[in-house]
Write a protein that binds this ligand. Structure first.
Ligand code: NAP
Length: 494
């Protein structure tokens, strides 16, 4: 059964499939079940998508396993060209993909277009990396053997992605897997499956062979992904999402001895030193806090500001935040869209209420508006005590807690006093201080005088409970490759 829906009449009128993609065929779920996809700006159902189960999961991984051998032997240039064509088609259809994303996820259309361009850059980057997979050659220590090291695709990969960056998180995994010659089973997020399905149509159009990318949308993530994680053909899992689910997958990966890459949660410190340029710091805070309505693993979660500039910084930040226009992401003036759902918004309100009850002050925002839609106002909190829950939890919303500091050493200790370590931000005009603080922060990435770190040319990822492995950059392909070593006796050995 092929299930499609004309989902975006506003742009090209191009149809988005709503089925499962297995071995190049769009199908309904084996048991005919479906689930609804909702627009968080209106609460309306926008599509009905196939709800895959165990039988579909099995069919998908069987297709990936069957396609691996021939796909793994395709010429690197051919794989690179498929990615290059995908990059071009994605950019040609930037508006189409952005509208799908805004409608199922809520982010403002301009931001969604930015995400399309960002995701496309991963496709382009890995189109270039596909032909640069190298090896090594040498002589054994005793001189008797030749040593030849090659790199091969690791094999069928399980990819699991979150709803907050529906296109980029998928592209960041699919692109290196294609470049390396791996086949895949992908489980997109339940709340934003349409973007992944739309991307799959483009990959097929660009020439990706049947069975290389298989997609199972589902409302039973644990069942479908669990099935894959216990399948002996699955050789690697690449997951982006919460630390809690990441730990479940790591346990399952251990049982199947699978390689695992984990892009997990964050609790980013954002540090404004006494000598920072305050205009730069405020704009950096807006970028680091408000990108994606604060629903980003890289979102500034705790803003540590030197006491000497605390009042001025908070005043300027609150003015900028209060000025941001909240609304439906498809309206051109909108700068802040809705949060993903009612549960996400209620969690933000609970964290704000908890901070207020412990003595924090809301300089702007802090109160949930009436529906429809899951909107939350940009909020700045000052006088936030160290024991407020939001100091140790991902807020995942447009709330900026500002905390003063006097002593750099104490501040760094507090900033590092968390299980997470994805990213940190440092604002200072002193290069030596910038390096010193960056080196002392226990994180995988540091933004110095900037609120945005993500970049396809750079290795994205965290330390501690923020993850394992890196996506993007020169090392991004490594997780999808396995070494093989060949040895040959030398005719004239030592
Ligand atoms: P999540 O609840 O962990 O879900 C992520 C994905 O895992 C979804 O596809 C989800 O499916 C699936 N899933 C849920 N339970 C599962 C299970 N038992 N077994 C297998 N898969 C399961 O996270 P989220 O709420 O979507 O995303 C927000 C989190 O992602 C935040 O913590 C954020 O920091 C993190 N994130 C990290 C990065 C990074 O690069 N480090 C980037 C973006 C987001 P359903 O949709 O069906 O629940």
């Amino acid at each position: 059964m092929t299930a499609v829906v004309d989902f975006v009449p506003g742009t090209a009128g191009r149809a988005v499939p709503t089925g499962l993609l297995i071995d190049g065929e769009w199908r309904g779920a084996a048991d005919g079940r479906t689930f609804d996809v909702e627009n968080p700006a209106t609460g309306e159902t926008i599509a009905v998508v196939a709800d895959g189960g165990t039988a579909d999961a099995d069919a998908a991984i069987a297709a990936a396993a069957a396609a691996q051998s021939s796909w793994g032997r395709t010429a690197p240039r051919e794989r690179g060209e498929i990615l290059r064509r995908t990059f071009e088609l994605v950019m040609e259809r930037q508006d189409w993909l952005a509208e799908i994303m805004t409608t199922e996820m809520g982010k403002p259309f301009a931001e969604a277009k930015g995400e399309v361009a960002y995701a496309a850059e991963y496709l382009r980057w890995f189109s270039e990396e596909a032909v640069r997979i190298d090896g090594d050659a040498g002589i054994s220590t005793d001189g008797r053997n030749r040593v030849v090291v090659t790199r091969e695709p690791i094999g069928p990969c399980v990819l699991v992605t979150p709803w907050n960056f529906p296109l980029a998180m998928g592209a960041r995994k699919i692109a290196p897997a294609v470049a390396a010659g791996c086949t895949m089973v992908l489980k997109p997020p339940q709340q934003t499956p349409l973007t992944s399905l739309a991307l799959a149509t483009i990959l097929a159009e660009a020439g990706l062979p049947d069975g290389v990318l298989n997609i199972v949308t589902t409302s039973s993530a644990g069942t479908v992904v669990g099935r894959w994680m216990s399948n002996k053909n699955a050789r690697k899992v690449s997951f982006t999402g919460s630390t809690e689910v990441g730990k479940i997958l790591l346990r399952q990966a251990a049982d199947n001895v699978m390689k695992a890459s984990m892009e997990l949660g964050g609790n980013a410190p954002f540090i404004v030193c006494a000598d920072a340029d305050l205009d730069t710091a405020v704009e950096g805070a807006i970028a680091a806090k408000m990108r994606n309505m604060g629903e980003a693993c890289t979102a500034a979660n705790r803003l540590y500001v030197h006491r000497s500039v605390m009042e001025e910084f908070s005043k300027r930040l609150a003015a900028r935040m209060a000025d941001l226009r909240v609304g439906n992401g498809m309206e051109s003036e909108t700068q802040v869209g809705p949060l993903i759902d009612d549960a996400g918004r209620s969690k933000v309100q609970q964290l704000v209420d908890d901070a207020l009850s412990r003595g924090a002050t809301a300089v702007t925002g802090g109160t949930m508006p009436e529906g429809p839609g899951y909107f939350y106002p940009p909020t700045v909190l000052t006088n936030v005590p160290a024991d407020a829950k939001l100091m140790n939890e991902e807020i995942f919303g447009p709330v900026a807690p500002v905390i003063p500091f006097d002593d750099e050493d104490e501040m760094i200790e507090v900033a590092n006093d968390t299980d997470w370590g994805l990213v940190g931000y440092v604002f200072t005009q002193d290069i030596d201080r910038a390096f010193d603080l960056s080196e002392r922060l226990e994180v995988g990435m540091v933004g110095v005088n900037t609120g945005i770190v993500a970049n396809p040319a750079a290795p994205f990822g965290g330390v501690k409970q923020s993850g394992l492995g890196r996506e993007g950059g020169k090392v991004g392909i490594d997780d999808f490759l396995e070494f093989k070593y060949l040895t040959f006796p030398r005719r004239r050995g030592a």
